[in-house]
Design a protein around this ligand. Structure first.
Ligand code: T46
Length: 136
């Protein structure tokens, strides 16, 4: 798969549905546009308690709300956009140096994240001002 040039974009995932239900498969360098090194998920969230508020220097991720819904605010330093993740067949690709905030989680929602690298706290930019400077 060709590397994604955009800093962020929605990816529609193929759904295999039949009388038994539905299935979505995630494969590295196929519908996930990078090597997968980590998968984590966020649950037990509260509607009015947002999360995130950081950017990553090198990390690429895909966010999929596999249960319920949530909103993701994305800021690449030029464009600010809010994505409504309402369906498990929609992934939000977030590239490097993109500020993200997750909020408005529905009850019992589960946000699945596929990441291009292992967890590394050094890799986070947690100050919005530093994020903006980093983009210069
Ligand atoms: C991101 C958004 C979408 C780990 O130990 N390993 C991990 O892989 C992760 C992601 C987190 N943690 C620990 C670090 C903190 O003590 O889990 C705790 C909560 O993490 P954090 O406050 O960073 O969670 P969010 O929801 O603000 O952000 C997370 C990811 O950290 C971040 O990379 O892009 O989800």
């Amino acid at each position: 798969m060709k590397k994604i040039e955009e800093k962020f974009k929605l990816i529609e995932l193929e759904v295999f549905s039949d009388t038994r239900g539905s299935l979505i498969s995630l494969e590295q360098n196929k519908n996930i546009p990078f090597n997968i090194k980590r998968v984590y998920f966020i649950f037990n969230t509260k509607k009015d308690i947002p999360r995130g508020f950081h950017a990553h220097k090198k990390l690429e991720q895909i966010l999929i709300c596999v249960k319920g819904s949530c909103k993701i605010k994305i800021d690449d330093g030029t464009n600010i956009k809010i994505f409504d993740l309402l369906s498990p067949n929609i992934g939000l690709y977030i590239g490097t140096m993109v500020w993200r905030e997750m909020f408005d989680f529905s009850e019992n929602s589960v946000l699945l994240i596929i990441a291009s690298d292992f967890y590394n706290p050094e890799e986070y930019i947690k100050s919005y001002d530093c994020f903006k400077i980093g983009l210069l």
